[in-house]
Design a binder for this molecule. Sequence first.
Ligand code: SAM
Length: 291
Amino acid sequence: MAPASEGHPEQAPGAPSTPRPGAGRYGEALFRPEQPGEGDRIDHAALVYDPFTRQRLRSLGVGPGWRCLEAGAGTGTIARWLAEEAGANEVVALDRDTSRLEPLAGPRLRVHTADLTRIADEPDLGTFDLVHARFVLMHLPERRALVSRLAERLNPGGFLVLSDAVDVPDPADPHSAYRQTLNAMWRTLAQTIGTDIAAVRAHPHALRAAGLSGVAAELVCPPLTPGTSLTAFWSETWRRMRPDLLIAGGLEPAALDEALAYLDSAGLAELGPGMLTAWGHRPGRSARRGA
Ligand SMILES: C[S@@+](CC[C@H](N)C(=O)[O-])C[C@H]1O[C@@H](n2cnc3c(N)ncnc32)[C@H](O)[C@@H]1O
């Protein structure tokens, strides 16, 4: 396991230097951006979830006149869609690693390299009509405080939209290699970088606690079937995490091999982990909507 990042905002002064569980960071202890294929792995998931995200953002009214923050923008598929197709006035694509975003920069798409957990130190970013973060907050132990900080960045009437993973295990199948591998993955993510998918179901409550109105949530679970982008995403994720799954996750190598073979098999049929999206808006009427 890679060491914890230095100067972590939640690290107590004088804390021992040995990493505590969950003290590593996304992009350091796991999913390092310079690893070959990491962009493709993110794109496999984006291909599956982008249509749902676009539909939700469209239904919230995103379009000309909007200023948007895409937080943890990854490879920029949604940032680019907001700028080029939805017609937003300005999109700020923020990520701790912007190597895959730089080629997308243009008059309406600004690329910003920053640690989201330190967004309070970025007053020049301004305020937004949409703040969107997908598959990011689940990986950040500061998620609850971040919901408030992101809500503070909204213009009156502006929307905060959060999407993260939710697992829907089959209670009748606690022991299959597939289930053992998923359980080991969540355990490993929790222990190494502090990912918490149980907390995702609290997103609506966090949005309300941050003072937002019109809070709502929905869950989509695209089918996990042979030869799909979703299957490629999980297969690539598990291959990438192999040493961590075996050591931190306590998974038997044979179980991981069996689960990977199952993902590659014609018989694959699972309700895989899905995406919960929760949203709410800052009270007040937006000038953008002509009120
Ligand atoms: C799983 S990817 C999701 C990418 C994109 N949102 C999507 O759904 O396609 C998580 C992204 O969050 C970024 N990220 C993780 N921790 C971050 C932090 N503390 N500050 C800024 N970005 C971060 C990663 O670099 C990565 O691009």
